[in-house]
Design a protein around this ligand. Structure first.
Ligand SMILES: Cc1ncc(COP(=O)(O)O)c(C=O)c1O
Length: 481
């Protein structure tokens, strides 16, 4: 006999009432419901359930309108000049930089805002310019996006030591003792860089922001990856004081893609050495001697070529939009939704009593964000094929993310993939191995399923989105492989 459905579509309103009783805080965010109806109406109109905010945020229609009107009403030229259209662009670029400072409370005294293509572009700027050398150290947590992992290549080529600090399988948090051993145990006069994410893009874990101060006191420079944290958590850089902060703006407010920034402490930016120069980054260059060029000071020396000057006004618009909604409000809202989701996920069972959902990382909202990595598992405890689940979700216009989310460290720990199992995927140095091939090989040889489903919430999320995912997941109850 099959159990009755817990999340039938017709029970949505009743379930919402129950949710509001359990999470009364959510009621205080009702302005977002009105905003969603007005500015994100396409979600309802097109029947989509969007659950991939850590992949990318959604833009409001008003952002697009304002940007269109601005472009319509201005004549904007390349800002690298002194003509009227150039000056108009330069003023808008200046305004965008000031908006970023205001939004993250990064004063012009302490911080430079460097515009890049995305967070990865910001990370590459740090990686390629950081004074790694023999005796120096690059320390990073297992839990990191590949665009942080990739910095190890620069460290490696320049002879610095690379030290990874693992996460624990139980909760995907860093073992503090191990971290302290590394941070305190590394005594060297050479430069040391410590990199970690404020929020995991895999498990949603919030790693302690206090590590910034602690690492500083021990002589480390700190790269705090805020790409996944910033969309739903307020950030005050004058309080936190990290040295390098990468951001992708589409994750905050959906539009435009192709613009990010590196927010860098001036004193630490001064120690970066760029490996090249480009148009826009110099005050002067000559072709008559190889070393005749002078890099421009501050942010300019790090912004290669022409900035995306038509998109930058949309950053000002996007940040104003976000400030109007209020990041603390978004935080309260997604925390309530994710809290309810995690509670329900624990309750959802097959008829034989086995759990239907397996969540990786923290099981409640203690020190975590609204990014949730999970499996849907069969009555015997084995994961249903993640890619089949994604396809089935897509059939219902539900957008979730699957795979490893460019975070191999959390994935390898969550799925207990051993070094030997990974080694097999890299055995032939000449063979191009895809993630899918590697995952299939591990699954075929070990039975482990090294890929994951990710549900992530953001600005426009509402109760119905989360409920619909549970309605979908429940269809797997008692289903055979
Ligand atoms: C924590 C984190 N860091 C860095 C990045 C890289 O961002 P982008 O792909 O926009 O460069 C991401 C993207 O998902 C991320 O989640």
């Amino acid at each position: 006999m099959t159990a009755a459905s817990t999340y039938p579509p017709e029970r949505l309103e009743q379930a919402r009432d129950d949710f509001l009783r359990r999470y009364p805080d959510y009621a205080g965010t009702s302005a977002v419901d009105e905003l969603r109806a007005r500015d994100y109406a396409r979600l309802e109109r097109l029947g989509h359930t969007y659950l991939d905010y850590t992949g990318g945020g959604l833009y409001a229609e008003s952002q697009i309108r304002r940007h269109y009107e601005l472009l319509r009403d201005h004549i904007l030229g390349n800002p690298h000049s002194g003509n009227p259209t150039s000056l108009a662009s330069a003023a808008l670029v200046h305004q965008a930089r000031a908006s970023v400072r205001r939004f993250f409370n990064a004063s012009a005294v302490d911080y430079e805002v460097i515009f890049t293509a995305n967070a990865s572009g910001a990370l590459k700027l740090v990686g390629e310019s950081y004074p790694f050398r023999p005796g120096g150290v690059f320390c990073l947590t297992y839990d990191n996006h590949n665009s942080v992992n990739g910095i190890r290549e620069f460290a490696h080529v320049k002879g610095a030591t690379i030290t990874y600090v693992p996460v624990r399988e139980a909760d995907l948090r860093v073992d503090e003792e191990q971290l302290q051993t590394v941070l305190r145990g590394t005594r060297t006069a050479e430069d040391r860089l410590f990199a970690y994410p404020a929020q995991s893009n895999f498990s949603g874990v919030h790693h302690p922001l206090a590590w910034v101060d602690e690492a500083h006191e021990l002589g480390w420079d700190v790269l705090l990856d805020c790409a996944a944290y910033a969309p739903t958590n307020p950030i005050d850089l004058e309080v936190l004081k990290p040295d390098f902060v990468p951001i992708s703006f589409y994750k905050l407010f959906g539009y435009p893609t192709g613009v990010g920034c590196l927010i860098a402490r001036r004193e630490k930016l001064a120690k970066l050495r760029r490996p090249w120069f480009a148009g826009g980054t110099i005050t002067l260059a000559s072709v008559q001697a190889e070393d005749w060029y002078r890099l421009a000071p501050g942010a300019t020396g790090f912004e290669d070529g022409t900035l995306d000057y038509l998109s930058l006004p949309a950053i000002t618009i996007g940040l104003e939009h976000l400030a109007t909604v209020g990041v603390p409000t978004i935080h309260r809202r997604v925390s309530a939704l994710a809290g309810w989701f995690l509670e329900e996920a624990r309750r959802l069972r097959h008829t034989n009593g086995a759990p239907l959902l397996k969540v990786f990382g923290p099981q409640d909202m203690d020190r975590r964000g609204a990014t949730i990595a999970l499996y849907i598992v069969n009555p015997q405890g084995h994961a249903y094929d993640v890619y089949d689940v994604e396809t089935a979700a897509a059939d219902e216009l539900i957008s979730v993310r699957t795979g490893c989310f460019c975070n191999p460290g959390d994935g390898e720990v969550a799925h207990d993939i051993t070094r030997a199992e990974m080694e097999a995927c890299f055995a032939d140095p000449t063979a191009a191995v895809t993630l899918m091939q590697c995952q299939r090989r591990i699954e075929d040889t070990t039975g482990k399923v090294p890929n994951t489903i990710r549900v992530s919430l953001g600005l426009a999320s509402d109760f119905a989105d989360v409920y619909r995912f549970l309605t979908f997941a429940e269809k797997y109850r008692d289903r055979r492989e």
